[in-house]
Design a protein around this ligand. Structure first.
Ligand code: ATP
Ligand code: MG
Length: 389
């Protein structure tokens, strides 16, 4: 084993008694993501997670990229193993970190010993290796306060490791550590970002998409499946529950006032999402709503939507500007797919003058004409489940 990864665990370090559970989740999540890249040994020690390839054929670059997307990890270092000997560590630093050592202007060496029988103290080891590197690389000056590059040496029980500064990880909490939620995934920019944000806070997600065939095309559905697939490197394997929504929309158009259409439709979405939540053991509903962005996203409309739902509604992008949401969408890789021009079920049925401040009583009166339970039952029965990732 020549190279391995050292991962710094995030907030879970603070979680006291839950820590074991959080760590186990993180290890399981990391192992699942690593599978495609070979056989790895994964374990934690002192708020560091160690990932070691079990054989030479492991795809280290693929594994590295995959681990950067695992929530719960705040920093990642690629480390080279060598003999527990000062000159072996020096030689390893010179070759393994050659590129960084040649381009930096200032540096320092930081040594740590888990193996206290090692004959030098940490300070002696840093000074020795630091002095030699300083001589070997004329571009380098020692700066112990604000170095551009820190060379880390770790003397552990069975080997020594050499690595440079960690790169930032995905942060957050391990997916599943905070339970499960249903996330409403449309084809837009906001809901994939909202899903990603809540997965980052440790929620495992069940995706729900309302599909209005033939008003929306099979391509529009494929686009949503693709968005879910793009989220899987972050969220893990996902199920997309595709709900047939056309009957409900046609029924609303037939029997309810047009200006209430959007909010009435959203109330049906929440009723159905809640059914999926109860079936899958989810404890909340996530949406990509953003205050004031469209007519159905006023406080009054949100209140009327929430009224049919006993589970908490989580709206992580509610206070964000569009540019902030777009920045995240680009970073996580969903933006380009989100802007593909397929119609979604809301735009097809958008009223000309939607009511901005709907009142609950008025909605309930409009719904009195409908057999709500039967409509919801039929939609739930018609759900198609598509697994991605
Ligand atoms: P997005 O960019 O996520 O599509 P939006 O700005 O278009 O959001 P709306 O169309 O009002 O806003 O939808 C608000 C939220 O309701 C979405 O973010 C999503 O969570 C949910 N939603 C809307 N349409 C659907 C749909 N067809 N299937 C599943 N969820 C939907
Ligand atoms: Mg939308």
């Amino acid at each position: 084993m020549n190279e391995m990864f050292l991962l710094k665990l995030g907030e879970l370090v603070l979680k006291g008694l839950n820590r074991r559970m959080f760590e186990d989740k993180l290890i399981a999540n990391a192992q699942r993501r690593l599978k495609a890249h070979g056989d790895f040994k994964v374990y934690t020690k002192q708020s560091t997670m160690y990932v070691e390839p079990k054989h030479d054929g492991c795809d280290m670059d693929g594994a590295w990229e995959a681990l950067k997307k695992v929530f719960g990890i705040v920093g990642l270092s690629r480390a080279r193993a060598c003999a527990k000997d000062a000159d072996a560590m020096l030689a390893t630093a010179k070759t393994y970190l050659h590129g960084q050592l040649s381009s930096a202007r200032t540096f320092k060496v930081e040594a740590k010993r888990a193996d206290k029988t090692f004959p030098m103290t940490s300070i002696q080891l840093s000074q020795y290796v630091g002095g030699e590197l300083d001589d070997a690389f004329p571009n380098l000056k020692v700066d112990v306060h604000h170095p551009e590059l820190t060379v880390h040496l770790e003397v552990r029980d069975y080997a020594a490791f050499v690595h440079a500064d960690p790169e930032p990880g995905a942060g957050g909490l391990p997916v599943g550590a905070n339970g499960r939620a249903v996330s409403l995934l449309s084809g837009g920019i906001d809901s994939p970002v909202a899903s990603w944000m809540m997965a980052k806070r440790g929620l495992a997600l069940e995706m729900v998409h309302f599909f209005s065939y033939p008003y929306t095309s099979p391509e529009a559905k494929e686009k949503v499946i693709e968005l879910a697939r793009l989220l899987t490197p972050w969220c893990g394997r996902l199920t997309v529950h595709v709900v047939p929504f056309t009957e409900i929309q046609e029924e609303l158009r037939r029997s309810c006032p047009e200006e209430l259409f959007t909010v009435l439709m959203r109330r049906f979405m929440m009723r159905i999402a809640q059914r999926v939540a109860f079936r899958t053991g989810a404890g909340a509903i996530v949406t990509g709503e953003c205050l004031g962005q469209v007519a159905s996203q006023t406080m009054e409309a949100m209140r009327c939507t929430e009224a049919v739902c006993e589970l908490p509604m989580l709206r992580p992008v509610v206070g964000m500007d569009k540019e902030e949401i777009v920045r995240i969408a680009r970073k996580i890789g969903t933006f380009e797919t989100s802007i593909l021009p397929y119609e979604d079920c809301c735009t097809v049925f958008t009223p000309r003058h939607p009511r901005l401040r709907p009142v609950l009583g008025e909605l309930e009166r409009a719904e009195a004409a409908l057999d709500i339970e039967a409509l919801v039952d039929r939609a739930v029965k018609g759900i198609e489940r598509i697994k991605v990732g």
